[in-house]
Design a protein around this ligand. Structure first.
Ligand code: NAG
Ligand code: NAG
Length: 516
């Protein structure tokens, strides 16, 4: 078995620490749906940010098109300050929120929210800048807005708040007979330290076209293809040829501390792009290759298409529904000229890797650690996902096994008690994993410390939701906050449970509770 995503050697380490970094539940809040009521599965994407100046936590929920703000000023317990509803027909659905306060005296703090175009998600999106809320705020006031590319999925400010980088996913749509697949692009928005509704804001587009144009571009493309870079489909449903740029789908963006470079993940393309923020060019794309699963544990229990792998054991597993028979397998990679699948390639990393900044080579990686520790500690909700209100978490175990396994959807890295701690969330299962990265001169090595899953396992999803025991299902964002009332916390935003949880981050014995 092979998986597209990440290559190389592996380190799987058991913890040697005496005290583990653990999470303890502190608060759990269900957010409103678009009618202001509480309903299960009311959102599709929730995103959070925090304003340390005011202790205000902002949560935006895409589908109900809402912002809910809480103050954490009283003992770190969230108290709702304000709820603001966006009009999806006029303003669009919100995708991401970023707050930035320039350190300069007299500067304008800013809250940026990216929106899907209200007419069509494949039309240009926008970023709207708002005034940050304060304790007595009753309204959420816009300063100014700018147009960006289609489906502005993620944003990041430079440290001085004067540049905002936006990744425009460019998702395709078919509306009636019209098919449209916009290019994936990056927007660079430049705004002053001090700005108001009349101050010019410039927005420019960083495109992937140059990287693939001319002879050098062809060489870039050939090189990437050798490392499992993917740009499919080649043609749209109306049989028109699609360009490479149309098939590039930027997702998450980060900016290096010196503000010179941005990294953008291209998950659909199995790659990471490096962007030079001086020249405003894509300077390099790193394809993430593939890795063999032969010596690792993968629980992947539909797949059509004939295989002829020459490996009798693998053939039996692929034929068995309970083993690999339902695994989603590539019909492009590992296919022989006669059309039979010679080497089955599946998707999704199911682990995490730490890459070296120079060439994005892999320094360390966990391959099957998530699935192993989940099997060990929480086998009754292993790879579970919400399939409907009358089912339950335990009955729905294994739902994501044939697809993305642990379905890792969000992470944050933080400094805590002189350690570098990584928090990773299994999106559908609602399991939070904590790893500590050892200080290694060359590349930090990950040590598993603990895992935590809120919510019940055996009552129906609806009953759990109604009694506020659904936990964090459909996690789309996690954020570490340092020293909230002297205690560091992890904020977890989830879409299916349409909730926000707050956990305190502590050191102590790791003990898995049995659940409800
Ligand atoms: C998978 O990666 C290896 C290198 O790790 C490479 O030799 C091989 O060609 C790749 N397989 C495919 C089908 O691209
Ligand atoms: C949850 O909501 C999403 C978006 O509205 C929908 O596509 C999905 O089918 C729902 N899930 C279930 C199990 O009802």
């Amino acid at each position: 078995m092979y998986a597209l995503n990440t290559v190389c050697f592996t380190v799987l380490l058991a913890s040697t620490a005496l005290a583990y970094v653990i999470l303890k539940p502190k608060a759990y809040i269900r957010l409103n749906d678009d009618n202001g009521a509480k309903t299960i599965n009311a959102s599709t994407l929730n995103s959070v940010d925090f304003d340390y100046n005011t202790n205000i936590l902002y949560i935006i929920a895409k589908e109900p098109a809402r912002l809910t703000a809480f103050t954490l000023a009283v003992d770190g317990t969230p108290t709702q300050l304000l709820e603001h509803t966006f009009n999806p027909y006029l303003e669009g659905y919100p995708l991401d929120i970023e707050i930035c306060r320039p350190q300069t005296l007299g500067a304008t703090p800013r809250v940026a929210i990216s929106f899907v175009n209200p007419a069509s998600r494949s039309a240009d999106g926008r970023v709207v800048f708002f005034q940050p809320l304060s304790f007595g705020s009753t309204t959420f006031d816009e300063i100014q807005r700018v147009t960006v590319g289609a489906y502005p999925y993620d944003m990041e400010f430079t440290e001085d708040c004067t540049i905002l980088i936006v990744s425009n996913k460019g998702k395709p749509t078919k509306e009636g007979s019209q098919y449209r697949d916009p290019e994936g692009t990056i927007s660079k928005i430049q705004l002053g330290v001090d700005f108001n509704d009349a101050t010019p804001i410039t927005s420019s587009v960083i495109s992937f076209t140059d990287y693939f144009s001319g002879e050098a571009g062809l060489l870039n493309y050939i090189d990437l293809l050798g490392k499992n870079f993917r740009t499919f489909p080649v043609r749209d449903p109306t049989n028109n040829l699609l360009s490479l740029e149309q098939n590039i789908e930027p997702h998450d963006v980060i900016i290096t501390d010196n503000g010179e470079t941005a990294y953008v993940s291209l998950p659909v393309n199995n790659a990471i792009a490096r962007i030079n923020l001086f020249t405003d060019q894509v300077s390099e794309i790193f394809a993430l290759g593939n890795r063999t699963w032969r010596n690792y544990y993968m629980d992947a229990s539909d797949r059509d298409g004939a295989t002829d792998t020459g490996d009798s054991e693998l053939e039996v597993q692929l034929g068995d529904e309970a083993v690999l028979g339902r695994l989603a397998i590539s019909t492009v990679d590992g296919v022989r000229t006669d059309g039979l699948i010679d080497k089955p390639f599946t998707f999704g990393g199911r682990g995490f890797s730490i890459h070296l900044p120079t060439n994005l080579g892999i320094g360390s990686t966990t391959v099957d650690s998530f699935e192993k520790v989940t099997k060990q500690y929480m086998s009754d909700v292993f790879n579970t996902a919400y399939t409907g209100p009358s089912s339950n978490p335990q009955a729905d175990r294994e739902t994501t096994s044939p697809y993305l396994g642990p379905d890792l959807q969000a992470m944050d890295v933080a400094e805590f008690e002189d350690k570098t701690v990584l928090f990773v969330a299994g999106g559908s299962s609602g399991i939070l994993y904590v790893y500590v990265l050892s200080a290694d001169a060359w590349c930090p090595q990950p040590y598993f410390h603990s895992l935590y899953r809120a919510g019940g396992k055996y009552s129906s999803w609806q009953a759990l939701y109604d009694t506020e025991q659904m936990g964090d299902i459909g996690i789309t964002d996690v954020r570490f906050l340092e020293d909230i009332d002297l205690v560091p916390v992890l904020v977890v935003a989830s879409s299916t449970s349409n909730s926000v949880s707050i956990y305190t981050v502590e050191e102590g014995p790791f003990d898995v509770e049995t659940g409800i």
